[in-house]
Design a protein around this ligand. Structure first.
Ligand code: ATP
Length: 245
């Protein structure tokens, strides 16, 4: 549907002999946090990279923000923010300088400070931490800054690959809160991937369960739990695909 932020229809992608996606279809409605969940190697990152225009599928239809890939790639790029799992910071710059530098690239000197201030606010980092070198940050602080750097760009669609992986309970909690507040205040859309079904259940309005390169079901967590008689999304997932090898 054209009101959807992203639509993939029957998308396939191979890397050499490995089939990453084998006919994946999904719809991401506007103004939600959409969680793509599934085991290692299911195809989550490939899907996110296709939506981000970084990977071209072998076949299928991909529409993002009303524009079709691959011909309208540049229009889409100007309206999305993508944060890969391994996204880093400039370690020799302070947190604040990282935000400022990024803001300058996207918005020019004129608006850089205003945009970086928004990033600093979204990050929730203390002023004294923002003025420390990013190389001294804990993993949780670094991730909060990297996510704030993506959110401050005011993109219509924010794509976050495993935003909380490897973080402790406090950092994950803060990031979830940050993302929820952002969507509530801005009406923008976030697509994220995760292995952590409990986390996804808590933060996402809408989820897509992906396994072996296809989407096996999708919808609001409460709807999926009712439909598949599971107490948790994990139970829903296992009831559909079994326990794996
Ligand atoms: P994880 O949770 O482990 O990050 P994922 O669900 O994000 O996994 P993908 O990274 O999309 O899964 O990978 C899907 C399959 O495609 C895997 O078998 C992976 O090895 C393969 N693959 C992905 N990218 C490449 C690449 N650039 N070259 C070769 N194989 C790739």
């Amino acid at each position: 549907m054209d009101t959807d932020i992203a639509t993939l229809i029957n998308v396939t992608k191979k890397f050499g002999k490995v089939t990453a996606l084998r006919g994946l279809s999904l719809r991401v409605p506007k103004g939600v946090i959409y969680g793509l969940i599934g085991p290692n190697g299911a195809g989550k990152t490939t899907t996110l990279r296709i939506i981000s225009t970084l990977v071209t599928p072998d076949s299928g239809i991909v529409k993002v923000l009303g524009h079709e890939l691959p011909h309208e790639k540049n229009v889409i790029r100007g309206r999305i923010a993508y944060l890969p799992e391994e996204a880093g910071l400039y370690e020799r710059l302070t947190g604040w300088e990282n935000l400022l530098y990024f803001a300058m690239i996207y918005f020019g000197r004129g608006r850089a400070e205003e945009v970086a201030k928004k990033g600093a606010y979204i990050s929730g980092l203390k002023s004294e931490d923002l003025h420390r070198r990013a190389g001294e940050y804990s993993k949780g602080m670094a991730r909060r800054l990297a996510i704030a750097r993506a959110l401050m760009l005011d993109a219509d669609l924010i794509i976050l690959d495993e935003p909380t992986s490897g973080l402790d309970v406090f950092s994950s909690y803060r990031i979830r809160k940050m993302l929820r507040e952002y969507v509530k205040n801005s009406g923008k859309t976030i697509i994220l991937s995760s292995h952590n079904m409990l986390e996804v259940e808590e933060i996402c309005d809408y989820v897509g369960l992906i396994n072996k390169g296809i989407l096996i079901t999708s919808g609001p967590p409460s709807m999926l739990k009712a439909k598949y008689h599971g107490r948790t999304l994990e139970e829903v997932f296992i009831s559909i695909v079994g326990l794996g090898e």
